[in-house]
Design a protein around this ligand. Structure first.
Ligand SMILES: Nc1nc2c(ncn2[C@@H]2O[C@H](COP(=O)(O)OP(=O)(O)OP(=O)(O)O)[C@@H](O)[C@H]2O)c(=O)[nH]1
Length: 499
C-alpha cells in the first residue's frame, strides 16, 4: 500500500475537510476548538484507510498503534517508508476498525470473531458433534501430548534446543502488588507475553520482599522486567504504582526499586530451593468450589506449603537451627480445562456424567487429553530468577510428569519433585496409619484446621475436596495420564477406610 501524497494539492479536498476541523467563524462568543492538532502521520494513515475515516476516528481507537507506538503490537509509523512488503502488510491488516462508537451489532460481531479465534476449538461449531467413545484414538503419546515444546522438538530435526527457542517467548511483568492471604503475605505479579493475549500470573510467596535489607541466605524473588526502567519519562510514582518498589508500601514509605543488574548467587546447599507450583486456571474448582476436581484445594495447598517456614540446621552442633520464612511461587496459567477452554470443559463434564472419564471426554470433543504448553511458565520463572541464574534450582510441586519434563526442556533446573497429595487422600493415609475407623466423610472426625478451611477461611475451593466425581477424576489421572501418585485403595469393610 502506498499513499501517494506528493504535495498538499494532491489531497482529495473533500476528504481533507472530513479530517481537519473546519475553521469556525470567529466572534466574541465563539469558543476556540479544542481538538488536538492533526499529526501528518495520522493524516497519511487515515487517507490510506479510505474516505469513511474522519478525524473523530483518531479519538476512538481507530489508530491505537499510531497514537501509541509503544502499544503492544503497534506499528511504528516513524519507520514507514511508503511501501510495505510481505509480512509487514499482513501484520497491518490485523488493525481493524475498533471504534467504541460502532453500532453494537458490529462490535458484538467483532468480539465474537476474536473470542472464537482465541479459544482454540472451543465453539460447538468448530468442535463438531462428539465422537463415539468406541471410535476414539488412544490419547496422543506422552511426549507430544501436552507440551507444545515437545511437539516442536519431535517434528523439527536439527532445530535449536528448547531453551534457545523459548528465549523467543518474552514476558513482561506489568504490575505487582501485596496480597495478604490466610497463609501469609504474597505478591501477585501480572504478566503480559508475546505468545497469547492472556494475563498469566505469578503468586510469589517471599516475605523478604517486605524487607529493605537483602538476606544473602535467601535473596528476594524479584521480577527483572518489573524492576527495569521502562522509559526515560517514567516517574517514581509510575514505578511505585506498577509495583516496582522495595519494602512495605505505606503512606510514609515509598522506595522505588532499582533495576536488577545481577542476581545474587545462592549456593545450592545453604537453604532448600524455592518451592514452585505451575497451576492451570480452573474456574469451577477455584471459584465455585466444584468437587469434580481438586484444583481449588491444590491452589490453596500450594500456597500453604510454600508459606511454611524453613528450618536451616546450624553448622555447629551447639548453635540452634535458623528458621526463615517459606519462599517460592505459584505460576498461575490461564489454561482453563487443561487448555481446552471453559466451554469445552463444561461439555466434557456432561460426557463424564454419561460415564466417560476425563480423558475420553476430551477426545470425544475432538481435543487432546491435555493441550497445555509450559513455555510461558518457564519464561516467567526465568524473569523471577527461579531455576536458572541463582544456581538454586527449583523444587516443583506436582504429580504431573509432563510439567517436570517441560521445564527441564526449557533449561530450568528441577532439583526435586514434591508430590501434591489430595487432602482427602492425605487424611485417609493418616487415619489408616493411626488405625482409626472413621465414619465416611464425617465432619466431626476432621481436625480443627480442616473445619476452618471448610468454613471458608481460605479459598472457596480450598477445603478438602472429596466425593465420587473427584475419586474418578483422580484415578483417571493416575491410570490414564501417568500422574505420579500412589493410588490409595478404595474403602473395604476390612480396613474401614472411607472411599
Ligand atoms: N478437560 C478437563 N480439564 C479439567 C478437568 N478437571 C480439571 N481440569 C483442568 O485441569 C487443570 C488442572 O491442572 P493442574 O492443577 O495444573 O494439575 P495437573 O496437570 O493435573 O497436575 P498436578 O501438577 O499434579 O496437579 C485445570 O485447568 C482444570 O480446569 C476435566 O474433567 N476435564
Amino acid at each position: 500500500m502506498t499513499v501517494g501524497i506528493e504535495s498538499p494539492n494532491d489531497l482529495d479536498l473533500s476528504l481533507l475537510d472530513l479530517l481537519t476541523a473546519p475553521s469556525l467563524p470567529t466572534s466574541k462568543t465563539a469558543h476556540r476548538r479544542r481538538d488536538a492538532e492533526l499529526d501528518p502521520l495520522l493524516l497519511a494513515a487515515a487517507l490510506a484507510s479510505g474516505p469513511h475515516v474522519t478525524r473523530n476516528h483518531y479519538h476512538h481507537d481507530f489508530f491505537p498503534p499510531v497514537m501509541d507506538p509503544q502499544a503492544q503490537g503497534a506499528y511504528d509509523w516513524t519507520k514507514w517508508t511508503g511501501e510495505e512488503v510481505g509480512s509487514e502488510k499482513e501484520a497491518r491488516r490485523g488493525y481493524t476498525y475498533l471504534s467504541r462508537q460502532a453500532p453494537r451489532s458490529k462490535r458484538l460481531q467483532a468480539r465474537n470473531v476474536n473470542e472464537a479465534s482465541k479459544e482454540n476449538h472451543s465453539s460447538p461449531t468448530e468442535v463438531g458433534p462428539p465422537l463415539r467413545a468406541n471410535d476414539l484414538p488412544e490419547p496422543t503419546a506422552k511426549k507430544t501430548r501436552s507440551s507444545s515444546v515437545s511437539v516442536v522438538v519431535d517434528t523439527n530435526a536439527g532445530a535449536a534446543p528448547a531453551s534457545a527457542r523459548s528465549a523467543q517467548v518474552e514476558v513482561k511483568c506489568m504490575a505487582r502488588t501485596r496480597i495478604p492471604t490466610p497463609h501469609g503475605p504474597a505478591f501477585l505479579h501480572l504478566y503480559h507475553n508475546n505468545r497469547d493475549n492472556k494475563e498469566h500470573l505469578a503468586i510469589v510467596v517471599d516475605p523478604a520482599q517486605l524487607s529493605y535489607e537483602c538476606n544473602p541466605l535467601a535473596p528476594p524473588i524479584r521480577s527483572r522486567s518489573l524492576d527495569a526502567i521502562w522509559s526515560e519519562t517514567e516517574t517514581e510514582m509510575d514505578r511505585i504504582t506498577r509495583g516496582a518498589y522495595v519494602g512495605r508500601l505505606s503512606p510514609d514509605s515509598q522506595t522505588p526499586s532499582k533495576p536488577l543488574t545481577e542476581r545474587p548467587v545462592v549456593s545450592g546447599d545453604s537453604i532448600p530451593s524455592p518451592l514452585i507450583r505451575i497451576h492451570s486456571e480452573c474456574f469451577t474448582g477455584e471459584t465455585i468450589g466444584s468437587m469434580r476436581c481438586d484444583c481449588g484445594e491444590q491452589l490453596d495447598e500450594a500456597i500453604r506449603l510454600i508459606s511454611q517456614p524453613i528450618t536451616i540446621p546450624s553448622v555447629s552442633p551447639d548453635a540452634a537451627p535458623t528458621t526463615i520464612p517459606g519462599r517460592g511461587a505459584v505460576v498461575y496459567l490461564r489454561q482453563e480445562g487443561r487448555g481446552i477452554g471453559l466451554l469445552s470443559k463444561i461439555r466434557a463434564y456432561n460426557l463424564q456424567d454419561l460415564g466417560h472419564d476425563t480423558v475420553t471426554a476430551n477426545l470425544m470433543l475432538g481435543h487432546q487429553a491435555d493441550e497445555r504448553g509450559y513455555e510461558i511458565a518457564a519464561a516467567i520463572l526465568r524473569d523471577l530468577g527461579l531455576g536458572t541464574e541463582c544456581g538454586e534450582g527449583v523444587r516443583l510441586l506436582t504429580n504431573n510428569p509432563d510439567k517436570v519434563q517441560a521445564l527441564e526442556q526449557e533449561g530450568l533446573r528441577v532439583v526435586e519433585r514434591v508430590p501434591m497429595i489430595p487432602r482427602s487422600w492425605q487424611r485417609r493415609h493418616r487415619r489408616a496409619a493411626e488405625n482409626v475407623v472413621p465414619a465416611p466423610l464425617a465432619l466431626d472426625a476432621e481436625d480443627e484446621a480442616e473445619k476452618e478451611r471448610r468454613s471458608g477461611a481460605t479459598l472457596i475451593g480450598g477445603g478438602a475436596a472429596h466425593g465420587e466425581d473427584l475419586e474418578k477424576y483422580l484415578r483417571t489421572k493416575v491410570l490414564r495420564m501417568g500422574h505420579m501418585l500412589p493410588i490409595f485403595p478404595e474403602r473395604t469393610d476390612k480396613d474401614g477406610i472411607d472411599a
